[in-house]
Design a protein around this ligand. Structure first.
Ligand SMILES: Cc1cc2nc3c(=O)[nH]c(=O)nc-3n(C[C@H](O)[C@H](O)[C@H](O)COP(=O)(O)OP(=O)(O)OC[C@H]3O[C@@H](n4cnc5c(N)ncnc54)[C@H](O)[C@@H]3O)c2cc1C
Length: 387
């Protein structure tokens, strides 16, 4: 297996880096504090084809893979613009549609996702289910030709920016009486779908919401895929892209923080003519964080390479490990950056403390570090499941 990027991927990395740097962390924070979205950045990334790199060319995308999308996620984050909706819309929603949507659904939604004019967000988490998705309580019942959805979702990102929410519900299988998951493309302005914004301690232009589904009626073709049997594989199809791209975002954020901190410590002088970075009490924590970020990047490349080669099971193990490693490395890098910047670390101007909330959340969402450790313990180490 080689992790070398192709010349096109190298060019993509350089081009996305340049785009991200033109906007930068100042823009990201300004938008967040004004309660606005990164509309201009998203639109430009869409126009340049970066949001659709993993979408097949026949639907307006670049025909690449998750390796390409991970590059986009990492480089924008490394420029100080960690966009969570890249993980939700192009990574999860576009993959699920490409792999399991009907041809009509692909034609209707993928071109808009590819050029950035449309976003589809993803709603699985529920107040009473949390990490235990088997307890999902959102129910879909047949209603004439269509479906009636009822339930509650929480922490759903980007609903205010999206045209549709991909809602994970359960439906009663008439044949067996068993409950099985089904995914529905629900317009965000559907009657009966209401939302309230959650106050989160994260500096981000992207918001999280509680969603209330009260007798939301959707037509038959809102059900993702050709039949109810598409639900379970569709749900699993989104997992690897989600873990790999969120890990890439974490690695990029870690790189950004280390770069900001290194620039500062190399020039700040408070003891005679020596920079504070010459003191190993300052440089070693930074170097340690750099090692952790680089290790995470290696695992991300492995996971993305396996995924793009169609080796989904192996990509599952590597993707989970990459997400764990990058989540921890990003949190370490940002915390270390704040520390070595001293008081400047806590200012908005130096642009590192503004990431504390985001990297802390990255150890919880979209899958918590504990649930990844459960996965590794069970599937890699052969331990019994505790739950
Ligand atoms: C910023 C942000 C954005 C998000 N965006 C979305 C989104 O767009 N769509 C969406 O559907 N969801 C979203 N989420 C929700 C996120 O996926 C969940 O918060 C996450 O899966 C954890 O679920 P929970 O919060 O209910 O925690 P709980 O399940 O209540 O868990 C609480 C704690 O207990 C631990 N725990 C639980 N079970 C076990 C166990 N068996 N073994 C060991 N430890 C365990 C967890 O790891 C966690 O630390 C978002 C969350 C955040 C913070």
């Amino acid at each position: 297996m080689t992790f070398d990027l192709t010349p096109e991927q190298d060019q993509l990395r350089d081009a996305v880096r340049a785009l991200g740097r033109r906007y930068g962390h100042g823009y990201f924070v300004e938008k967040a504090k004004a309660g606005e979205h990164t509309t201009e950045l998203w639109a430009e990334a869409g126009r340049l084809g970066y949001l659709g790199v993993n979408i097949p060319t026949e639907y307006g995308g670049g025909g690449g893979g998750i390796t390409d999308l991970a590059i986009v996620c990492e480089e924008l984050a490394a420029a100080g613009c960690p966009l969570l909706l890249l993980v939700v819309s192009p990574a999860i929603a576009a993959t699920v549609l490409t792999r399991h949507g009907t041809e009509e659904q692909r034609k209707r939604h993928l071109p808009g996702l590819a050029d950035g004019s449309q976003k589809i967000v993803f709603a699985i988490t529920e107040p009473d289910a949390g990490s235990n998705f088997h307890r999902l309580g959102t129910v879909a019942r047949r209603d004439g030709d269509g479906w009636l959805l009822n339930g509650r979702k929480c922490y759903i990102s980007g609903v205010d920016e999206a045209g549709h929410v991909l809602v994970v519900a359960r439906t009663e299988d008439a044949g067996t009486g068993k409950l099985k998951p089904a995914l529905f493309l629900v317009p965000t302005d559907a009657a009966g779908l209401t939302r309230s914004k959650l106050d989160m301690e994260i500096v981000s232009p992207e918001n999280q919401f509680l969603l209330y589904l009260d007798d939301v009626r959707v037509p038959a073709d809102a059900l993702l895929g050709e039949s109810l049997d598409a639900g379970l594989p569709a749900l699993f199809a989104g997992l690897n892209p989600e873990r790999i791209t969120v890990a890439a975002m974490g690695a990029g954020t870690g790189r950004y923080a280390i770069e900001r901190a290194s620039e500062y410590t190399a020039t700040r002088k408070v003891w005679g003519g020596r920079s504070i970075g010459s003191h190993q009490g300052v440089s070693h924590p930074l170097a340690h964080a750099a090692v952790q970020v680089e290790l995470a990047r290696l695992m991300i490349q492995k996971a993305a390479t396996l995924y793009d080669a169609g080796r989904d099971l192996e990509a599952g193990v590597s993707g989970n490990m990459a997400k764990y490693a990058a989540g921890e490395a990003a949190a370490l890098a940002v915390d270390t950056a704040v520390q070595v910047l001293g008081g400047a670390g806590m200012t908005t101007e130096y642009g590192v403390a503004t990431l504390l909330g985001a990297v802390r959340a990255g150890r919880i969402a979209p899958v918590s570090r504990e649930m990844i450790l459960n996965f590794v313990a069970q599937h890699v180490l052969g331990q019994d499941k505790s739950y």
